[in-house]
Design a binder for this molecule. Structure first.
Ligand SMILES: [Zn+2]
Length: 416
């Protein structure tokens, strides 16, 4: 089996790995690089893989490990007839997101990934393993071809709501791995919160919800389903209802999982900020709104219910909330990676906080494995060779794990 990593040997984001056996090829992930500016010509970033743009029978499929932009973001530039293997819920989440934002994706010809359910593409046998990650329906991939065995970790962690999946995998790992591609997002980051579990966070959220007299706002990603579960648990304990917008409610619905909080549940309310209300009108999404009609909360009711509520916040709501005069004694929990807050683009948000006298707390844990979890993972899978991927610090691997071989982007090499 031959391998060419197009992107990811020295960076987080934009991951794309091409595999070849007996003249047939598959590609693992086709992500958007993190530094791809909005204005840059995104299409030019699509890796030079034969069959991405023009038909080429030697390219069999692309496998998308999970629905994060840096793993699927360039797939929209691939010819739509090429099969895309992706989890069914992941596909549905991305499809739903297309109604609301340009960050979604819609795939025509798909193969569903299922936990530990093998499938064959030409000379490649693929076994997906569902993993714990901040994206829903995320997989690691075991790939066998030409008598060689390769394991791609995708993005994963061991401290989320699905941590049991990590333990299950390392307790009974696949054997005889020739090459392990292992993500190392957290390596080289001096993060103090790396060992906090999602369950630890429930207590931290609860404390803020209890101490706040007014509205509790939480800014998180609507697609971080684990985090929404965490916040909902804390809401229950604090006896506060959870208010979310239509987009978030629809993403939760797209998981197809009845155990995950839904916009139709008791204790959940649906709020349409002005930009979404306009969107609904323009795109005539009235049926979607109708699903939640009994749980709707309107701007004029926000102030009176603020003290018993938690709102899943996004900055585009800021002006509406000010107009609704519901921010007296409010607090905000920032539940994303702290790096984003330091960007210049966040200045208006910080000014809004100050203007409204809203205190901010940061309660977050990474979507990625800590170095101790990575060590347990690498020890368990015990590969002949470990290749760093999805990391800004491949050199850090050398001091932590045995049998590391760092690679370069764009170069073909053989699995030995
Ligand atoms: Zn990810």
């Amino acid at each position: 089996m031959k391998v060419r990593i197009h992107r990811g040997t020295q960076e987080i984001g934009g991951t794309c790995i091409e595999l070849e056996e007996e003249g047939k090829r598959i590609v693992l992930d086709v992500g958007l690089p993190l530094d791809a500016g909005e204005s840059s010509d995104m299409e030019d970033l699509l890796p030079q893989v034969k069959g991405f743009r023009q038909k080429d029978d030697s390219l069999l499929a692309v496998i998308i490990s999970h629905p994060h932009q840096d793993h699927f973001g360039l797939a929209k530039f691939i010819r739509p007839q090429l099969p895309i293997a992706i989890g069914s819920a992941a596909r549905s989440i991305l499809e739903t997101a297309t109604f609301f934002s340009p960050a979604g994706a819609s795939f025509k010809n798909t193969i569903p990934l299922k936990d530990r359910d093998p499938f064959v593409l030409g000379p490649f046998k693929i076994i997906p393993f569902l993993v714990d990650h901040s994206a829903y329906d995320a997989y690691s991939l075991l790939i066998e071809a030409g008598g060689k065995c390769l394991f791609y970790s995708g993005d994963f962690r061991a401290h989320g709501q699905k941590a049991a999946l990590f333990e299950k995998l390392i307790k009974n790992p696949p054997k005889d791995i020739d090459v392990l591609f292992m993500e190392g997002t957290t390596l080289g980051r001096k993060s103090k919160d790396e060992s906090l579990t999602e369950d630890d966070l429930v207590c931290d959220y609860l404390n803020v919800f209890k101490e706040t007299g007014g509205f509790c706002l939480v800014w998180t990603s609507s697609q971080n389903i684990d985090r929404i579960v965490t916040i909902f648990k804390a809401c229950k304990k604090a006896d506060r209802q959870l208010i979310m917008d239509l987009y978030t409610a629809e993403i939760l619905r797209a998981t197809g999982n009845d155990n995950i909080p839904q916009g139709t549940w008791k204790g959940v309310r649906i709020y349409l900020p002005e930009f979404q209300r306009r969107d609904v009108k323009r795109k005539k999404m009235f049926d979607i709104v109708n699903r939640y009609r009994t749980n709707r909360i309107f701007p004029e009711n926000l102030a009176e219910e603020a003290g018993q509520s938690v709102l899943l916040f996004r900055p585009r709501m800021a002006g509406d909330l000010e107009s609704a005069e519901c921010l007296k004694d409010a607090s905000l929990v920032y539940a994303l990676w702290e790096g984003y807050l330091k960007m210049d683009s966040q200045r208006p948000f910080l000014a809004w906080l100050a203007r409204n006298n809203i205190s901010m707390t940061h309660i977050h844990t990474s979507g990625h494995a800590s170095s101790s979890a990575l060590k347990r993972f690498a020890e368990s899978l015990n590969p002949k060779v470990l290749v760093p991927i999805h990391t800004f610090h491949p050199e850090e691997y050398l001091g932590i794990f045995p049998r590391v071989e760092t690679k370069e982007d764009g170069i073909w090499w053989e699995v030995n």
